[in-house]
Design a protein around this ligand. Structure first.
Ligand SMILES: Nc1ncnc2c1ncn2[C@@H]1O[C@H](COP(=O)(O)OP(=O)(O)O)[C@@H](O)[C@H]1O
Ligand SMILES: [Mg+2]
Length: 377
């Protein structure tokens, strides 16, 4: 059993700064949990507390059935992989992987077995006698992974392990990490600021901001039902469009009044949520793929002006502006929709999957979530 439970965990550093503000989180046995959020939100601090590299100021930290607040890192049965590989430069790949096991005085044959297994898993067979400086960045990171795997821990902790790699290698290593987890079925906690890594790797994602948890849910739930504006904007690339406005009722239907005064009929299922916010300043969140070039059953046509077009081959991003709204809005559509900067085009807003946020604040809560929807799933 290697579930991890954080109960009201607080971290206040010696200088008085509170980096983690009483978080509650349960990570299941065998789960791949990703902690994601912008730089400085407390991800590394949280991970280092789990590892035992940082004292917990308040709260209970459990690994399995055991409260580990006061357990030494070496006695927690975890292995950690960092952004910097921290390999021993003078040792071969084989010795780098075996070193920790030798320190623990494991039998020689057992060490050989484990290094063999990890080597095969990571495709390092041809590199065992090389030294780190003879390897590429991706290979070095694989050795660092191997060093963690041979320990056969209850829990793996990763802190931005792919940040130093280029985009192509990152994609490859994402695939390998996912494969690895499917094979090892060890509990993994993975810290990243990259929402794509979070979406692709996590069984669940924990979105953090300013030392607090914003939402915990499987990736697609976070994407489709962001708990607040912060989560909506952090997850998804290109970013969700957020447009300030107000809720008005006309002919018994709720509409969103744009800065220009035009109104867009809202077709979300959660119509009951709107009355409490009538007339107040709110924001509409609509993802780039919900700006359509052709109408559907729930869309509303809106005239928008094209500012920039980015063709990506299989799709394109069209950057658009609205009268009386400062920001640029993004549409994602097929590559064959023809338009040019300066054109006025009709964009069909599909509001059924869109969201309304309770105010224009950065952390404003989503009011269009299904009834009974919980912040942590
Ligand atoms: N040793 C420390 N002393 C004081 N403040 C720290 C210390 N380490 C980190 N912090 C602060 O705590 C906050 C969270 O840091 P960190 O957990 O490293 O964030 P993240 O990993 O999400 O980027 C940041 O504001 C950081 O400056
Ligand atoms: Mg960090």
């Amino acid at each position: 059993m290697a579930a991890i439970t954080l109960r009201k965990i607080v971290k206040t550093y010696d200088n008085g700064f509170t980096a983690v503000k009483g978080i509650d989180l349960h990570i299941h046995d065998h789960e791949f949990m990703v902690l994601v959020g912008p730089s400085g939100c407390g991800k590394t601090t949280s991970l280092r507390m789990i590892a035992g590299l940082e004292d917990v100021s308040e709260g209970d930290l459990m690994i399995g059935e055991r409260r580990v607040n006061d357990v030494e890192p070496k006695d927690r049965d975890i292995a950690m992989v960092f952004q910097s590989y921290a390999l021993y430069p003078h040792m071969t790949v084989r010795d780098n992987m075996a070193f920790g096991l030798k320190l623990r005085k494991l039998p020689r044959l057992e060490i050989e077995h484990r290094v063999d297994d990890a080597t095969r898993m990571l495709g390092l067979k041809d590199h065992l006698e090389k030294r780190p400086k003879q390897l590429s960045g991706g290979q070095r990171q694989r050795v660092a992974l191997g060093r963690a795997i041979v320990r056969n821990p209850q829990v793996f902790l990763f802190d931005e392990p792919l940040s130093n790699l280029d985009a192509k290698l990152r994609a490859e290593m994402r695939y390998e990490l996912k494969t690895l987890q499917q094979r090892l079925r060890t509990t993994m906690v993975y810290v990243t600021h990259d929402q794509i890594e979070a979406m692709t790797l996590g069984d669940r994602i924990t979105v953090m901001s300013h030392g607090e948890i914003q939402q915990v849910a499987p990736p697609m739930t976070v994407y489709e039902f962001p708990y607040n504006r912060f989560v909506a904007e952090f997850i998804g690339s290109p970013k969700i469009n957020v447009i300030p406005g107000s809720l008005v009722q006309a002919d018994g239907r709720w509409q969103f009044r744009l800065p220009s005064g035009d109104a867009v009929a809202l077709s979300m299922r959660e119509q009951h949520a709107f009355a409490a916010h009538a007339g107040k300043s709110v924001a509409l969140g609509i993802r780039p793929e919900h700006f359509l070039v052709a109408p559907n059953a729930t869309s509303v046509p809106v005239q928008m002006k094209v500012s920039v077009v980015e063709l990506m081959g299989d799709h394109q991003y069209v950057y658009l502006t609205l009268p009386s709204h400062d920001g640029v809005l993004t549409m994602k559509c097929g590559p064959h929709f023809r338009c040019a900067p300066g054109d006025t085009v009709t964009v069909h807003w599909d509001t059924a999957p869109a969201h309304v946020f309770a105010s224009t604040d950065e952390h404003a809560q989503t009011i269009t979530l299904p009834q009974g929807f919980a912040r942590q799933l």
